[in-house]
Design a protein around this ligand. Structure first.
Ligand SMILES: [Zn+2]
Length: 445
């Protein structure tokens, strides 16, 4: 036998022993009990019981869940331009520690990723880091200006093979521009990911419009500002027959609109963040800007509906909206503070608490919502599982029974996690990217 192909699985074979499989191929269920996974040459060589392989390193996975490597549709890596907040290097370290093997890097960098040159730069930086695949998202409009379509076709044809386009951070508010963008990407099976925020209804908005914003005297951010755009864009996606993805759904009403659009068979998908599944606007009571985020934290009723919508598949997936900011941008008065939270390193633990420990999703469901579906929406053929022989060996080993531990600073350059000091269950034990461990025993390899 010759060794693995150069650059693929260069660290030799691994035998993962006795993991509970989640997101396995047809006919293999969690209920079938633990299985061994033989990783060789960057691919899953075999799955079964009592496997052996001479010379393979053995990883005892007793009590661990094996998931296909997680895929994030919504990461801000901040490079180029804001390397003081995050770089591709630090962001992909954080991603690997969180169990991710692929992330989509949002386009609101400086310069904006609105040309083939910039998306290829980000793509190359990701390749050079090698810990996690980085798939650039292209901007919809030039400079995120919301006026002229960016060069969607050249970004799609570039080495980065961009398929997801978004002005995230800003809404594509002009309905005609949104229509044109949907029409344009249809030719190459692209998707427009919308940050749904009606700008006129959210001028100066700081916090979910409701009892809490009134009590704190902060300008309210009404649910309708999100829902109006979600409804409009579902109608546009249906009219054009092109794929719409709704970023960070935060209200019960948005989930209801998406459920309706899907019932019509319209090409609409959606994501929810871990923080919107766990946290509410009550946390703003102390005016701590670590809880300031766009879209804002909503009410407990919204959280319950978002969980329900993720469980029943109305909301397709969890996406982090990992948004690093330097300390000075967050440690200031609430109205001046930047919007955003980091989330790559805590996403799976937060989802365990919100969805698994509450009985709403099993681990197969988590594999679907955090790997299979985001990979499909992001058009990433080499990710998303299933865990099956012949597939790329990109997988995550997770210990759901690890005692809850307070969240502490990690590999991200930024510190703006809303979960700081908060106890979350579980622990990412290992992450493999095409057979190479990027994380072992909870530490970067
Ligand atoms: Zn956004």
């Amino acid at each position: 036998m010759t060794g693995p192909a150069p650059g693929k699985g260069g660290q030799g074979a691994w035998l993962v022993r006795g993991a509970a499989l989640a997101g396995a191929g047809a006919g293999v269920a969690q209920a079938d009990g633990p299985a061994d996974i033989l990783v060789r040459g960057g691919t899953i060589a075999a799955i079964g019981s009592g496997l052996s392989q001479a010379g393979a390193r053995v990883l005892d996975a007793d009590g661990l869940v094996a998931l296909p490597g997680l895929v994030d549709l919504h990461t801000h890596l901040r490079e180029p331009g804001r390397e003081d907040a995050e770089t591709v290097e630090t962001g992909t370290r954080a991603a690997a520690l969180g169990g991710y093997t692929a992330v989509h890097a949002m386009a609101n960098t400086d310069p904006v990723a609105d040309t083939a040159g910039v998306v290829e730069q980000v793509w190359r930086l990701g390749r050079a880091c090698g810990r996690c695949d980085v798939q650039p998202v292209g901007a919809v409009s030039v400079g995120l200006g919301g006026v002229r379509l960016a060069e969607l076709g050249t970004m799609a044809d570039s080495a980065a093979r961009v398929r997801v386009f978004s002005d995230d951070g800003r809404c594509v508010a002009d309905p005609l521009l949104m229509r044109r963008a949907l029409e344009y990407v249809k030719a190459f099976d692209g998707v427009i990911a919308q940050h749904a925020q009606e700008p006129r209804l959210t001028e100066g908005a700081q916090l979910n419009e409701g009892e809490m914003s009134g009590r704190l005297g902060l300008a309210g951010w009404p649910a309708v500002a999100e829902e109006a755009i979600v409804a409009r864009d579902c109608l546009l996606a249906a009219h054009v027959g092109s794929a719409l993805h709704v970023c960070h759904v935060s209200t019960a009403g948005s989930a209801e609109i998406i459920r309706w659009a899907k019932s019509k068979g319209w090409p609409v998908t959606a994501e929810v963040t871990p923080h919107h599944l766990l946290l509410t606007d009550e946390l703003a009571a102390g005016y701590d800007p670590v809880f300031k985020v766009n879209p804002p934290l909503r009410t407990a009723a919204d959280v319950a509906e978002l969980r329900r919508a993720l469980a029943d598949g109305t909301i397709d997936c969890v996406a982090t909206d990992h948004a690093p900011h330097p300390v000075e941008a967050k440690e200031t008065e609430w109205p001046e503070a930047a919007f955003g939270m980091i989330g790559l390193e805590t996403a799976l633990r937060a989802v365990q608490q919100a969805m698994v420990d509450s009985g709403l999703l099993d681990w197969d469901g988590v594999a679907d919502r955090m790997s299979a579906r985001p990979a499909r929406i992001g058009r990433l053929a080499g990710h998303g599982g299933p865990l099956a022989a012949g597939r790329p060996a990109s997988l995550t080993l997770y210990d759901p029974a690890a005692p809850p531990e307070a969240v502490t600073p990690g590999a991200s350059k930024s510190r703006n996690t809303p979960f700081a000091g908060m106890e979350l269950p579980g622990r990412v034990v290992a992450t493999f990217l095409r057979g190479v461990p990027t994380v072992l025993d909870g530490k970067l390899g």
